[in-house]
Design a protein around this ligand. Sequence first.
Ligand SMILES: *Cc1c(COP(=O)(O)O)cnc(C)c1O
Length: 378
Amino acid sequence: MSLRVDFNRPALMGREMEYIQQAIQSGHLSGDGEFTHKCHALLEQELGVKKALLTTSCTHALEMSALLLNIQPGDEVIVPDFTFVSTINAFVLRGATPVFADVRPDTLNLDEKQLPALLSPRTRAIVPVHYAGVACEMDEILRLARPQEIAVVEDNAHGLFGKYKGSPLGSLGDLAAQSFHETKNFSSGEGGALLINDPSLAARAEIIREKGTNRARFFRGQVDKYTWVDIGSSYLPSEILAAFLYGQLEQRVTIQRRREQLWQTYFSALQGWANRNSIQLPTVPAHVEQAYHMFYLLLPDLQTRQRLIATLREQGIYTVFHYLPLHLSEMGQRFGGAAGQFPVTESVSDRLVRLPFHNALTQSEQEQVIESLLDFCF
Ligand SMILES: *Cc1c(COP(=O)(O)O)cnc(C)c1O
């Protein structure tokens, strides 16, 4: 009789509960209190970014990016076809036209070699996603974007504390969006952050996040009243969420070390088996330090992938597939998406399976997953 092995399971990793209690006792539960400031300082110091602002989600950090960049109807935004809907939806909400790019067959990241053909005079932004926490080829993306003043917004939902050629992910684009959703390495249930590297965007970001008011400047004593100064919305999380998140971020070394260990265990236990059965394991280029966000397998075909998910499920092991190609979604088809346009995405979307991988996964749970995989009949 085997135990149930969840795909993801939220867990307390440090002093989250104590900090929530402190937040409540401090009498400040709305946003931008002590714990929010602690999270901002930690992210700014660790990543070397000009400014970090907690948001209610990564989706909202991306929406803030679209507002900050003044994205207008008809502007084009380039995104990988293999990503979560928010990567592009945040820009479509401002009227942008999505321009999808296929992904690389090795890292499953936006294929930078496709960019020259996709750039147009209407291109306003490129939004690379560091899939599984493995960096995109940022030098090439920035080299193409910079001379044309095209903004680069990193969707770094998977990549917190990963690096590209020694630089932290999230510090490379003009802006970057983090996620603290339950399924990410660090979580507050729902949550996110906007990282700002272009200093000219910092002041307005605070305003957009605070309902279009200069409230942040007022609290710093820089203006004597606070008032409506720009468009904006409410993108700041409560102190209860920031307190929980700070408890997690404080344990970043332990959490990342644990995830690295889980990743390496999967990799070394499955390498020979994968080779024998034509299964592709994740690729991590030598100049990249990955963030250990997930462990995936690329099976030979859709049928084998579906049979593997079903077989493991019968044994109580929960594995999941990932993104469907955006261009084939209902919305994507309205923007002209059709089968065959992005062969790599269409293929990996059918063949990818994500193994149980989270901060609380135990050694015996992981052994059970590995054993079931090695026993699977092809
Ligand atoms: C999780 C995720 C998001 C959305 O994050 P939320 O915090 O849930 O809004 C966006 N992009 C990618 C690549 C993600 O994995």
